[in-house]
Design a protein around this ligand. Sequence first.
Ligand code: HPA
Length: 232
Amino acid sequence: MLGVIAGTGLEHFFKGIEAPIKTDYGSVHAILTKGDKIAFISRHGFAHDVPPHKINHKAHVAALKKLGVSGVLGFSACGAISKYSIGDLVLLEDFIDFRAPQTFFDKLESINQHAWMAPPFSKTLQGKALAAAKKAKVVLKKGGVVAVTAGPRLETPAEIKAFAKLGANLVGMTTSPEATLARELELEYAAIAVVSNHAAGVKRFAPSGAEIAAVAAAQAHKAAKIVAELSK
Ligand code: HPA
């Protein structure tokens, strides 16, 4: 079973049986597809009513761990700082996040609780995602480095300039907590950005939330093809 967590514009990705999963961090509704091939979690809730700073990432990751998934693939709408165009699907290769911690380890019980983040994503799952995209004839670009902000507000042009100088080419709000928590639970995790807009100060920037969601939703079929191939 492959775990999939998807965000803005992608919340109606899969149909199946809704399964409430209890974790130590709260309950999660996952969709289990036919034959239990995919366990799907809508990151912002199926009604898209959970803002980025209120997402219960710990419950999401713990629920997928409890289900015994072989790995987790995250999809998230991102703004492009450079290199990428609206509508691109980009395999994330690194992230920048200097914000408050997201961790399962609130008491240090072992030196191994400092999650090792080099590389930040599972090379194995990244390779599988690239191969699946190729088979599904979906263009999956490489080289995504995402700067992750708390949200829910979008960035200022100066913040985007600073992120660009630091080496980010994408900006988003959700990837790093998931990647970190998955690593702490020893789950393979890879992430794909769905480029939904240019970041603040880059080309035309006046996206409404609805515009971002609509662009991401228009790419959902490509993401679904990759997942279908991966879960074969
Ligand atoms: N910034 C942060 N998060 C985002 C953006 C953005 O421009 N677009 C989609 N998610």
